[in-house]
Design a protein around this ligand. Structure first.
Ligand code: DTR
Ligand code: ZN
Ligand code: ZN
Length: 310
């Protein structure tokens, strides 16, 4: 497999980090490929078009949500994933979770990545949470392009009805047999990772997952902060509640960026990380390409690293 320059650099870095990072595996894992930002943004354009064609949103119980599921499922089926659509009922409407398994790897050690695919009814939900959904979709497609053979089994999930209160992810966890829950070595959550006035926040739940993301950003020389806004506010919560190690990334919602944060990250202090949070203006114009690109690559780095891809 021809490695790109970033990947070659990444191999060297991964080798160095693997030697020094806590819980580093003995073998140096294969460096994750660069995730093409243009591909991630193309998924966002599709989700935007889906909303426009379906009453302006992709909310639970609306046509735009099921159309979003079918778009993502079509890409995954074509790429060789084993997909499952899990139905549930919430607020009198049928909801859908989309689960995609990459064949192979140790089925007793599952590295799972998830994002909610639904929007609020106010708009298209491009940052919240098209950004996370598109980033993990493109990471899954990168796994397929690489025909990756990770040590651990890879699973990806797109959740329904998160905006109603984590309904889809909670339904998945509640209906997963205890023995199956125990096989999940880590659940990585990505909800709002392209905010227009971005912060770089890392969930401080499982220390190994947290360190993995910190290592990635340290490699870019970008400082991160612990995510404090969201305990219990996104789809990692049901997994954490049953003892699954969790982690994730967040670029900020309606909290205000401080002067100190603007100093280290750029952007505008005194303004929300995402002024269009849960508003109609959460469109394709409501995305920081820099944050989306960095976080998409961080997703791939964590998936490759934590699954022992080699
Ligand atoms: N609950 C998410 C937005 C959100 C707010 N704070 C956090 C922290 C971590 C992840 C997500 C969030 C939503 O509205 O979809
Ligand atoms: Zn939301
Ligand atoms: Zn969200």
């Amino acid at each position: 497999m021809k490695l790109s320059v970033p990947a070659v650099v990444g191999l060297a870095l991964a080798g160095l980090l693997a030697a020094s990072a806590p819980n580093a595996s003995a073998a140096t894992t294969l460096a994750a490929p660069e995730i093409p930002l243009a591909n991630v943004k193309a998924h966002l354009t599709q989700l935007s078009s889906i909303a426009a064609a379906n009453g302006g949103n992709r909310a639970h119980g609306r046509a735009g949500y099921l159309a979003s599921v079918n778009y993502v499922k079509g890409k995954l089926d074509a790429a060789g994933f084993t997909t499952t659509v899990q139905q549930f009922t919430a607020s009198g409407s049928t909801g859908y979770n989309l689960i995609a398994d990459w064949p192979g790897g140790d089925s007793n050690q599952v590295v799972m990545s998830g994002s909610h695919l639904d929007s609020v009814t106010a708009g298209a939900g491009i940052n919240d949470n098209g950004s996370g959904s598109a980033a993990i979709l493109e990471t899954a497609l990168a796994v397929s392009r690489a025909q990756l053979k990770p040590t651990k089994h890879l699973r990806f999930a797109w959740w329904g009805a998160e905006e109603l209160g984590l309904v889809g992810s909670r339904y998945y966890v509640n209906n997963l047999p205890t023995a199956e829950r125990a096989k999940i070595s880590g659940y990585l959550n990505f909800d709002m990772i392209g905010s227009p006035n971005p912060g770089y926040f890392v969930y401080d739940d499982d220390p190994t997952i947290e360190q993995t993301f910190k290592n990635y950003y340290a490699g870019l020389g970008i400082p991160t902060e612990i995510e404090t806004e969201g305990d219990g506010r996104s789809d990692h919560a049901p997994f954490k509640n049953v003892g699954v190690p969790v982690g994730g990334l967040f670029s900020g919602a309606d909290y205000i960026k401080t002067a100190a944060q603007a100093q280290k990250w750029g952007g505008t202090s005194g303004v929300a990380f995402d002024r269009c949070y849960h508003r109609a203006c959460d469109t394709t114009a409501n995305i920081s390409d820099t944050a989306l690109g960095r976080n998409s690559n961080a997703v791939a780095y964590a998936v490759w690293t934590l699954s022992g891809a080699s």
